[in-house]
Design a protein. Structure first.
Length: 268
């Protein structure tokens, strides 16, 4: 039996990031059913909307749009109704309600969430920081960081650094390996800035085996053995206890969930 799938066409007079993120969030609720996303970005003409709707009509796809330019939004509503295409307005109702609540008309300008403001530049700076001080390449970053992540290999230190960087936090991360002495900077920085990442042995074993397969290596390599994993986790706990940092178990957690837990910890 073939897998059920549907196509959603994300239409925007800007980049279309907001619409795609919304579709992906909704699609996750239907896993493992397949939701295919096609993006039609920077739409400025009625003809472009006509082309999208014709395609949607032909392949029975859904249209989700984030159009803030009034004449484009009105045209989409009218044409989708005439062509009997399912078209979902993501921003329109929210903008209308905000206008009523605020007593002020919106600017109707696409792409305002991508304006190069101070927050944008802080994000860029934080991402560059995370790349430079990833995996303890330069231990001086430990003393400069807003957050220092420590943990054994495959506890999502690098992706977490990037997620937190997009929230404007400068993050350094340090792998904990039994054969290597942890950098002295870990004991000089305030423990309140350090977050230890731990994981259940079975979860780490499964993750490492998949990593070895992806590299074309046998999953029986020492990297993924129970003995090696146990040794690394014991060593990591000893280092974290010595630092006196807070510890989060990342077992079976999405990176975004762990990032939220880290931020909650920092606010306490």
């Amino acid at each position: 039996m073939s897998q059920v799938s549907v196509t959603v066409q994300v239409v925007s007079d800007s980049a279309g990031d907001t619409g795609e993120l919304a579709v992906r969030a909704a699609a996750a609720q239907f896993h493992p059913l397949s939701v295919n996303i096609r993006r039609a970005a920077f739409i400025q003409k009625r003809e472009s909307i006509d082309a999208v709707l014709r395609t949607a009509q032909e392949d029975n796809s859904i249209v989700l749009y984030t159009l803030v330019i009034p004449f484009l939004r009105d045209y989409m509503v009218e044409q989708a109704r005439l062509m009997q295409v399912t078209a979902i307005d993501l921003l329109g109702p929210l903008i209308d309600n905000l206008e009523r609540a605020l007593g002020h008309e919106s600017r109707h300008e696409p792409g305002l969430n991508h304006v190069l403001d101070a927050d944008y530049f802080r994000k860029v700076e934080a991402v560059e920081f995370a790349v430079r001080y990833d995996d303890a390449r330069d231990v001086t970053g430990i003393l400069k960081a807003d957050i220092v992540l420590v943990g054994v290999s495959r506890t999502s230190k690098t992706p977490l650094s990037m997620v937190l960087a997009h929230k404007t936090f400068k993050v350094a991360n340090v792998p904990l390996i039994p054969e290597l002495v942890p950098p002295k900077e870990l004991y000089l920085v305030s423990p309140s800035k350090v977050i230890g990442l731990t994981i259940q042995p079975d979860s780490l074993n499964a993750i490492r085996k998949e990593r070895l397969k992806a590299l074309g290596l046998p999953d029986s390599a020492p990297y993924a053995t129970s003995e090696r994993i146990s040794k690394e986790l014991v060593h990591a706990k000893q280092v974290m206890d010595k630092i006196g940092c807070r510890v989060i178990d990342v077992s079976n957690k999405a990176v975004e969930e762990t990032a939220s837990l880290i931020l909650e910890q920092l606010q306490r």
